[in-house]
Design a protein around this ligand. Structure first.
Ligand code: CP
Length: 320
């Protein structure tokens, strides 16, 4: 018998999900992709609801794709510009939230530099309110991991048996942490982290992730290559390499990629620093699915918002 997916009130981390719920979110994303292919892309699933984004850190992809996703679901969407808000006059994040909640926001999409902030806020919001973690410190970025898994599923069909390499600044990357959790949930046995000791967290082995310090060795025969930006804004350790040293040892070049399987896909959550973690020849090359990740981000975020709001049947989106 097929396992039952479970309802979610907030979307805080991949750790909340079980396999059935993750698979069901993929199925809803499939139907959202179908609706995105239509001439008229809007569907009335969240008509009458309000989605508010609070981004305390910069964003291009996540914030805009949530806005497009909310609008495609016919929700009203409000993006509070934090620099121009009363947060700059000392208003706390909780008071900011309470005031926007008093204006009947149904869904908050929140990015913050403090790990655990969105989960912390979830203890205080009204029962009708749903929170989505759009990235908290170096802790989690669950919708990014979800869209990344959707992209892998699109190209590779089945997860068990895949070999996946994550290159670079894993220690500061909320994306990598959420990806590792999602890959494990989907049954991937061979997950590799490649980078210098200063950029890899302790205890990866205990999480079932194999550590490699040599790029070519780590990339051998992998199906999926994920490379990451050096998050200098989070660096506290002076032992991290310069951009030049990093590129020499861990930059994803065509020669390095040749060690992966010929049909390996190349992924990057963005933003990319070309010439540091990846060269343009690879980023824009035939194996790159980087912009497809961005496209799938819209349908994935539509699926998450619809699911949290209780629209949890894949066929519910077939309006036309
Ligand atoms: N991947 C990602 O979170 O990108 P942004 O910082 O541009 O949202």
């Amino acid at each position: 018998m097929r396992a039952q997916h479970k309802p979610l009130r907030h979307f805080l981390s991949i750790e909340q999900l079980d396999q059935a719920t993750l698979s069901h979110l993929f199925e809803i994303t499939d139907t959202m992709i179908d609706s995105d292919m239509r001439t008229i892309k809007k569907i009335p699933l969240l008509q009458g609801t309000t989605v508010t984004s609070l981004f305390f850190e910069p964003s291009t992809r996540t914030r805009t794709s949530f806005e497009i996703a909310a609008k495609r679901l016919s929700a009203d969407y409000l993006n509070l510009s934090i620099e121009n808000s009363s947060a700059s006059k000392g208003e706390s994040i909780l008071d900011t939230l309470y005031n926007l909640q008093a204006m009947q926001t149904d869904v908050f999409v929140i990015r913050h530099s403090v790990s655990g902030m969105v989960e912390h806020l979830s203890q205080y919001v009204a029962p009708h309110v749903h929170l989505i973690n759009a990235g908290d410190g170096s802790h989690a970025h669950p919708t990014q991991a979800l869209l990344d898994m959707y992209t892998i599923r699109h190209h590779k069909k089945s997860f068990p048996g895949l070999k996946v390499a994550i290159i670079g600044d894993v220690i500061h990357s909320r994306v990598a942490k959420s990806q590792i959790q999602a890959l494990k949930l989907l049954g991937v046995q061979d997950i590799r982290a490649i980078g210098p000791t200063s950029l890899l967290p302790d205890h990866l082995d205990a999480q079932g992730v194999t550590v490699h310090h040599h790029l070519q060795e780590g990339l051998k025969d992998v199906d999926v290559v994920i490379t990451l930006r050096l998050q200098r804004e989070r660096f506290a350790n002076p032992a991290v390499p310069t951009a030049e040293m990093y590129f020499r040892d861990y930059g994803l070049t065509t020669a390095a990629l040749a060690h992966a399987k010929p049909d390996a896909i190349v992924m990057h959550p963005g933003p990319m620093n070309r010439g540091v973690e990846i060269v343009s020849e690879v980023a824009d090359g035939p194996q790159s699915v980087i912009l497809q990740q961005v496209t799938f981000g819209i349908a994935t975020r539509m699926a998450v918002m619809a699911y949290l709001m209780g629209h949890n049947h894949a066929n519910e989106t077939n309006y036309f």
